[in-house]
Design a protein around this ligand. Structure first.
Ligand code: B4P
Length: 192
């Protein structure tokens, strides 16, 4: 059975965490625009440098770049896709709708991970501390200051997608405040 799902939610809600579990458990292909953009920044190309500046300010990268990155991946097929952190704007949502139609795919669910703002910032600070303790590179956008800007971008540009997908009958809200296993179980219960 093929399924295509979107994981939607504020920064730090656990989209990447839950996407990885769905890869392991259901063999879906994870398309994380955050990971793709971090790979672009590490590549040191002109595009990567522009992307890095935008991400470090806590802003969203342009729709054109992000949609292009997703378009390149849609032939990876298999058991279906998890769109992790994409779409993040109404323009991206429209573009995804067109891309799915062109490739004969359909969307099965849009999962909204609900986590309150205070918990989000706590997770981001913890992730930065853990990376530092492990001697790993700390994400430049994982500071309370940049996080505040990321959250503002979320409410301004991404939160309108909740109404967009609700109106289409695709939106499924999941409590993202619990332990990772509990969140995974709640997501599984919403999927076909
Ligand atoms: P992303 O990489 O998508 O990152 P995110 O929103 O910060 O995190 P996510 O929700 O995946 O949280 P995670 O599982 O890691 O975006 C980064 C940046 O890229 C954006 O700000 C933007 O600039 C750019 N970008 C990405 N997509 C874009 C697009 N479509 N358009 C334009 N720009 C785009 O979890 C966070 C932490 O919480 C982890 O440490 C994790 O271990 C912990 N955690 C997870 N679940 C937990 C739980 N249940 N309980 C406790 N801790 C938990």
């Amino acid at each position: 059975m093929t399924i295509n799902i979107i994981l939607l939610g504020p920064p730090g809600a656990g989209k990447g965490t839950q996407a990885k579990r769905l890869v392991d458990e259901r063999g879906l292909v994870q398309l994380s625009t955050g990971d793709m953009l971090r790979a672009a920044r590490s590549s040191g190309t002109e595009m990567g440098k522009r992307v890095a500046e935008v991400m470090d300010r806590g802003e969203l990268v342009t729709d054109e770049i992000v949609i292009g990155l997703i378009r390149e991946q849609l032939d990876r097929g298999g058991k279906g896709f998890i769109f992790d952190g994409f779409p993040r704007t109404l323009a991206q949502a429209d573009a995804l709708g067109r891309l799915l139609e062109e490739t004969g795919m359909k969307l099965d669910a849009v999962i909204e991970l609900q986590v309150d703002d205070e918990a989000l910032v706590g997770r981001i600070v913890k992730r930065a501390e853990e990376s530092r303790a492990a001697g790993q590179e700390v994400r430049r956008d994982d500071t309370p200051e940049v996080f505040a800007d990321r959250l503002r971008e979320y409410y301004k540009k991404t939160a309108p997608l909740l109404g967009y997908y609700y109106a289409k009958g695709d939106l499924q809200a999941v409590d993202g405040m619990g332990a990772m296993d509990d969140v995974a179980e709640a997501i599984a219960a919403k999927l076909p």
